[in-house]
Design a protein around this ligand. Sequence first.
Ligand code: NAD
Ligand code: TYD
Length: 380
Amino acid sequence: MKILVTGGAGFIGSAVVRQFIAETEHTVINVDALTYAGNLESLSDVRDHPRHIFEHVDITNHDSLTSVFQKHQPGAVMHLAAESHVDRSIDGSAEFINTNIVGTYLLLECSREYWNRLPANDRQSVAKGEKSGGVTKESFRFHHISTDEVYGDLTVNDPPFTEETPYAPSSPYSASKASSDHLVRAWYRTYGLPIIVTNCSNNYGPYQFPEKLIPLMILNALDCKPLPVYGRGENIRDWLYVEDHARALRYVLAHGVVGRTYNIGGLNEKTNLEVVNSICDLLDELRPLSGLPEISQAPDKLSKSYKSLITFVTDRLGHDHRYAIDNSRIANELGWQPLESFETGLRKTVQWYLDNTTWVERVRLGTYRDWIATEYTKGG
Ligand code: NAD
Ligand code: TYD
């Protein structure tokens, strides 16, 4: 089958693409605008593979999207393309409204126009439907990839989010994703487009753009720069290793029930301070400060641990306190469980950033960090 993946040059999308190429027979049509977050170097292992086809297309361009559908006749769409970073959405939300809401709307419309022309599942239509490569109205899927942030936040004593938790997004990012989720469900209820929605917790792992908590802390530490912890570092996230997420998405696409929502979480709730401390412990072991030339020349500049770089800064506006996912539905109905513990996943991630300095240097250029430096000042 041909699977049209949007955002396949991003962090999670590239993991999905790599898995499809390595572990299945599917062909991937990778539709990506290559924004600051999209990077074809994240696909270097599969970029020239005959089952990987890259289309440099912006999902807000209806005509280009329509051409992609006509040219490739996909059997499914997995929609990951988005503006994905909360701090950027606080700085300026226009791109979030444009890509996450308008882009999703246009992708839904292109999918619907394409789907309307597919043959039904009866034998005669399938026989006639050779041009559609065996794709039928019943077999087609539109899988929308979303976030647990649409549910708002939890207090420490609340039960985790289920698929029935009411929507209460806090940030421009989560509001734009909530909006896109509603559009996707409306296209199912109104037009019958066969959709599935997944809402996932915080991902981490290789190839994540270093604006999100974990890669930012690893790379700042390696540069002996402050590790900016917002507020008191007590906010809680439920961390999922990106390869586990990609596998969950493949399970849902293959076995999920049309019209249904599946929450995906890592069962790894940690405070931000716990996460940053764990990163420092790993770096103390894998790249001790005493071994760095600049430190050995000025040993009193830093104490023996990267933890001395932790700096508490101004809190994020509207900062969600806690996210946590109840995984029961996807575990019981589809048999998916995360395989990676936070300890093993974080070790792999830290080691990957130590080993992939060229990738890091190439994605780091840009003026965005200047805004962050002004917005989050030391000591709040
Ligand atoms: P990312 O920011 O790393 O990648 C986004 C990708 O989308 C990039 O390759 C970018 O070039 C592409 N893109 C952006 N705007 C586009 C446009 N207009 N047209 C075409 N392509 C465009 O994001 P990610 O972390 O990989 O997240 C992927 C999806 O998963 C998003 O929808 C996000 O909301 C969702 N999600 C992310 C997390 C997380 O922790 N990262 C958690 C839950 C859900
Ligand atoms: P982030 O990785 O931006 O993901 P999200 O906001 O989608 O959960 O942030 C994760 C948590 O880490 C969040 O509570 C904000 C906090 N944080 C910091 O304390 N310092 C930072 O420099 C960043 C980027 C995030």
